[in-house]
Design a protein around this ligand. Sequence first.
Ligand code: NAP
Ligand code: F7E
Length: 329
Amino acid sequence: MPKALITGITGQDGSYLAEFLIKQGYEVLGMVRRTSTINFDRIRHFQDRVTLVQGDLLDQVSLLNILEEHKPDEVYNLAAQSFVPTSWTQPVLTGEFTALGVTRILDAVRLVNPKIRFYQASSSEMFGKVREVPQSEATPFYPRSPYGVAKVYGHWITINYRESYDLYACSGILFNHESPRRGLEFVTHKITNAVARIKLGLDSELRLGNLDARRDWGYAPDYVRAMWLMLQQDAPDDYVIATGETHSVQEFCEEAFRFVDLDWREYVVQDERFMRPAEVDMLVGDPTKAGETLGWEPSVTFGDLVRLMVEADIEALKRNARVPHLDYA
Ligand code: NAP
Ligand code: F7E
């Protein structure tokens, strides 16, 4: 039975990846950090089928001990400070988690067992102020936030460890991917949660920042399959994972409100508080290499993604399962 370690198992992607790997017949280890309140909402329904181990990307010894004790064959490094606005208010911490954290775990792999196959969660935010359209593996980076800068570091240190130490280390340059498990601070889930609340009479407006920003939005379970495929090839490489379609935040609103027969213009209010010091105006990925080499393609359209998220939020609210608001996002 192959064994995989997932850092960030309590996050959106970590939870879907764990379920996917269990179905593939893996023994799954999930690294969790110590918190005063347990935050296992996304993994509770399969917690009895994974082994949780305590560790932190800030703590080198914990990483070494986990690899030595549990001997995984594959490591998926998904842990990060992943919210772009927080990277301006906590830039050093973001660099510690999202940039240097990658070196800490790569070094642990190199020292404990360089045969471990390694996946790094790189991001389309590295393209930032885009140099070409669409963005592919060959597009130069121009990050526009401390988060984007930290991800560029994580990307290049992964490539450097591959080339310096002959590690099987891959970097997936994933464009935005969403689901009902997405953090409520990200724009898609913020919108679908608000649409559900407004539809059920629990709220009357939705305050957003830049409605013109465009993203290439896919469905998270499709994207974790791509992570696994990257580690099953003959040789390690880097891949763009995207749908190839771009939509604006406004289009996302239109679609989400239309689904519940409401007009978005009656509820959406633009609010300076949600504007960023620097914006990534437009992202759209070219997933040709992933299609040709990995046989990967997305299975959920933009319209289906919006609808499944709105439906899930309405259901959750009816069960009284959603928190109301986040003031800072
Ligand atoms: P997420 O929901 O924010 O999850 C992040 C995970 O990292 C959580 O499990 C969190 O644990 C953990 N974590 C944070 N700091 C840590 C530390 N110091 N030590 C150990 N664990 C730590 O993120 P996601 O959307 O699943 O994304 C997964 C990865 O892909 C991230 O690296 C993200 O930057 C990257 N990425 C995401 C997207 C996307 O569209 N979702 C696109 C490209 C790249 P707690 O639960 O304890 O906070
Ligand atoms: O913003 C605009 C905002 O926070 C998308 C992370 O997973 O994907 C994610 O980063 C766009 C931006 O995601 C609000 O200005 C408008 O242009 O959902 P987001 P992100 O910044 O693209 C990448 C690939 C990652 O790697 C990251 O980890 O939406 N926007 N109004 C807003 N965004 C938020 N959050 N809130 C608003 O009110």
